[in-house]
Design a protein around this ligand. Sequence first.
Ligand SMILES: *Cc1c(COP(=O)(O)O)cnc(C)c1O
Length: 390
Amino acid sequence: MNTIEPSFETEAIRTQIEKTQFLEHSSPLYLTSSFVFEDAEDMRASFAEEKQRNIYARFTNPNTSEFVEKICKMEGAEEGYAFATGMSAVFSTFAALLNSGDHIVSSRSVFGSTHTLLTKFLPKWNIETSYFKVNEIEKIESLIQPNTKILYAESPTNPAVDILDLEALGEIAKKHQLLLVIDNCFATPYLQNPIKFGADLVIHSATKLIDGQGRVLGGVVAGKKDLIREIYLFSRNTGPAMSPFNAWVLSKSLETLAVRVDKHCENAIRVAKFLEQHNNVNSVKYPFLKSHPQYKIAKKQMKLGGNIVAFQIKGGVKAGKSFLNAIKMCSLSANLGDTRTIVTHPASTTHSKLSESDRLEVGITDGLVRVSVGLENVDDIINDLKQALG
Ligand SMILES: *Cc1c(COP(=O)(O)O)cnc(C)c1O
């Protein structure tokens, strides 16, 4: 059982950078591109990293440091680094840790841009990837090559809400001395801590439930100190750092992460149970529904089921599109993890360029609808879905 430290909520609220002489209660926003030095010796020692201090905001800033410190405490990580977006966190991790000729073994069900990075861009630097399907983790070992360096996965997956067994992935990574990198975006640090199951690095798109209010973009990587050091050096010299403003917003967001995510999950399971008994719905996938194929694994590694519910509408692409057109309150949007409930139909939108067989590989059938359940009154969410289902 994945037990959450009792101090999770307290750490999220009470972790704070040093106060200024004004003794402000809430951390101020530090909008400054650089920091000054006392004298030549102070400057030399700072650049030599003999002291830990802020030099230039492309490297570190008090607001990004506060955000990262909270994430590390929440994930049980040694160190971390914050990025402008989730994708810059993913890219910087690969770029910092891999050499030309290295190989990745990745789950096939990864975020769309991560897939594009693995298939279109990393091969330019002679970094190839082999894929396993979410229900075939026993095949991973046959994909490992002498040059394999990273094992990469997300759980729960987008948009099919499949669950991968993190403990099993941790064991494979350890046995073959691979770095296990987990994109923990859908679970948030509140619901799941991959480091406990053997992950070396955890990545978040902070844009989703961490912000939780659809305002700012952000990303973060947390994990082993020596790996974060390389990722930091890459970022420090290439410039994808998180802006102080976004860090200030996101650090505040973390203070309410636990209460928000609790409520998201409470609403989501109500929505899942409503959909499960509806005549125009073929099947529903939600990690904490007993009917979920990986229900036991979800229960083992997650505190609650998350806020994403996937269901199969009867009637395929046509029915999916009519459903979206009939929606009155919920938003049709590309984001997820917002206070506002969002519905999407991947086969006619985000994944319409894939062939049907490629879509099926990642669990996207023609009738799949994804609901990112928000924080509105759950009866209003259910009533909107009900009237749109007909
Ligand atoms: C959104 C998302 C990302 C990318 O994050 P951005 O902040 O949009 O760059 C990566 N992984 C997952 C699972 C996501 O949902």
